[in-house]
Design a protein around this ligand. Structure first.
Ligand code: B16
Ligand code: MG
Length: 217
């Protein structure tokens, strides 16, 4: 049976979490809200709108709808300033090698990300051409752990859900993959990503033997 491979973006292909952090931190400080790295963990895989809602609730602030919109815009502008400086050297270890192998072996490959900036980022790091389908924050209405993003990706690839393998760094994303009946592979901390079917620190830890095992689940 043919398999499909679905990648999350932030935290799996590139570490844009550090740029999201800087932009959110500056925004929080401008509102007199203290924002730390631990809180940033809770924003991984979460949409821009939901992220701002969380920050405001941590700071116990309520603002007008107009202000909310303008803060979203401000945050994204600063974030895109960082993205603009990115190049292929920011691709996380082992990712490019694996994408090349998958491409050579003609596996269908999709991106399943909550980010509205996903295409821009893939372009910046020169990876856009590897993807047969892209589902990002512009196409989904239900955030991870809802499986919508991965279901849409699988449908675009034309692969049955149980034959899809999802690579994810967030808890919400692992839950989303599990909810879609897909094979979930956690990239990151073993303790955080317990519910994944497989867990690796990063792509450089995934050997060909591991990969075959994942594909044969
Ligand atoms: P944007 P992923 C997610 O991407 C990030 O993990 C999350 O921190 C961010 O808020 C979200 O994208 C939205 O990003 O502001 O660019 O639309 O991990 O699902 O690839
Ligand atoms: Mg992620």
């Amino acid at each position: 049976q043919n398999k499909g491979i679905i990648f999350d973006l932030d935290g799996v292909i590139v570490d844009t979490a550090k740029y999201h952090f800087l932009a959110w931190k500056n925004l929080a400080e401008s509102l007199d809200i203290h924002f730390n790295k631990k809180q940033n963990e809770q924003l991984k895989g979460v949409s821009r709108v939901e992220s701002l809602k969380k920050i405001l609730s941590w700071g116990k602030k309520s603002i007008s709808e107009e202000r909310f919109e303008s803060l979203l815009h401000q945050k994204n502008k600063e974030y895109l300033g960082f993205v603009d400086q990115m190049d292929h050297s920011e691709i996380l270890p082992g990712v490019l090698k694996r994408l090349k192998i998958l491409k050579k072996e003609a596996y269908p490959i999709a991106l399943g990300s909550a980010s509205k900036n996903a295409k821009t980022i893939l372009e910046r790091v020169d990876l856009l051409s590897y993807f047969d389908a892209i589902v990002d924050g512009n196409e989904v209405s239900k955030a991870k752990p809802n499986p919508e993003v991965f279901i849409k990706a699988a449908n675009l690839l034309g692969v049955e859900y149980q034959n899809c393998v999802v690579f994810e760094d967030s808890i919400a994303g692992i839950d989303a993959a599990n909810n879609a009946n897909m094979v979930s592979v956690g990239i990151g901390d073993q303790e955080v990503l317990q519910k994944a079917n497989f867990i690796f620190k990063d792509f450089s830890q995934i050997t060909d033997a591991h990969f075959n095992e994942i594909l044969n689940t």
